[in-house]
Design a protein around this ligand. Structure first.
Ligand SMILES: [Zn+2]
Length: 277
């Protein structure tokens, strides 16, 4: 007798951590800070990292991948290390390009804004370790493969394709119009694309100056993305313009575009089928 087993492989899990709260203490959809948690233990950006993790997540996270050094993406980083300074059994590893590491050391961990943790040790050894990567290169963090892709922001900034053996997702970080990212994600069979859209159309000039997208320029960018089955999630909306941006995105008439909900764990996997007799 033949039986067919359907095996669901592991999934890439992603959660946007909260950074603002309503009167009742519930997470607000208006987010000031950016921090994604992948598979419960790797952070991408660290905006709300120290403030929004559970105690289990705080203990599990030892790798932080940084897209760029703008404050809304790194505000929680010094506090996250400070919180656990004496308990860390291994260093917190910051994966970033040399440009970003230089900014962190010069402008954040400079003994004036915060201690230079890269020069300090606790009883178990170093508390912070930099893992630089060259823009355009790939690196592994646990069982995740990160492929870095240059995007177009006011400061050096990376987008990433993040894969394990179950699926791949891509996200842009902060960016304006770009081509290298679209070339990198072409034909990759992505499960999800996360793309920024910071400002409404009426602030097109500000968006252009600060290298961000509006719904109009988002539509132009998505026309370069040739994967019709991939879900598209909007991230990094400036909180004061959230409603306006979402209204304008809805009027684009592109139903696959979704708003990434804060605090919800998304799982992406492809199902594989195996047969046994
Ligand atoms: Zn930025």
């Amino acid at each position: 007798m033949q039986t067919v087993h359907v095996t669901k492989l592991k999934a890439v899990k992603l959660k946007l951590l909260p950074s603002s709260f309503e009167k009742d203490g519930e997470a607000s959809p208006r987010q000031h800070l950016t921090c994604f948690l992948i598979n419960g233990k790797v952070a991408v950006d660290a905006g709300s990292l120290a403030m929004a993790v559970t105690s289990e997540e705080r203990t599990a996270i030892r790798d932080i991948v940084v897209t760029h050094a703008h404050l809304d993406h790194i505000a929680g980083l010094p506090l996250f290390i400070d919180d656990q300074f004496s308990e860390l059994m291994e260093p917190v590893r910051i994966h970033a390009t040399p440009d970003v590491i230089e900014i962190l050391e010069r402008d954040i961990f400079n003994w004036s804004v915060y201690p230079r943790f890269s020069e300090l040790e606790n009883n178990h050894g170093k508390v912070l370790e930099y893992r630089p990567f060259v823009q355009g290169s790939s690196f592994r963090v646990g069982n995740l493969l990160f492929e870095s892709v240059e995007v177009n922001h006011k400061v050096p900034c990376s987008g990433f394709i993040i894969s394990d053996d179950s699926s791949s997702i891509a996200f842009t970080g902060d960016t304006a119009n770009m081509d290298s990212f679209w070339n990198a994600v072409a034909n990759r069979d992505l499960s999800a694309l996360l793309i920024e859209c910071a400002f409404p159309n009426e602030l097109a000039e500000l968006a252009e100056t600060s290298c961000h997208l509006t719904p109009a320029t988002l539509a132009t960018e998505l026309a370069k993305f040739q994967d019709p089955n991939c879900d598209v999630f909007i991230i990094n909306i400036k909180p004061s313009y959230r409603e306006a941006v979402l209204e304008e995105i809805a009027s684009l008439g592109m139903p696959r575009i979704k708003d990434l909900q804060v605090g919800r764990t998304y799982e992406w996997s492809r199902e594989s089928f195996s047969q046994a007799t």
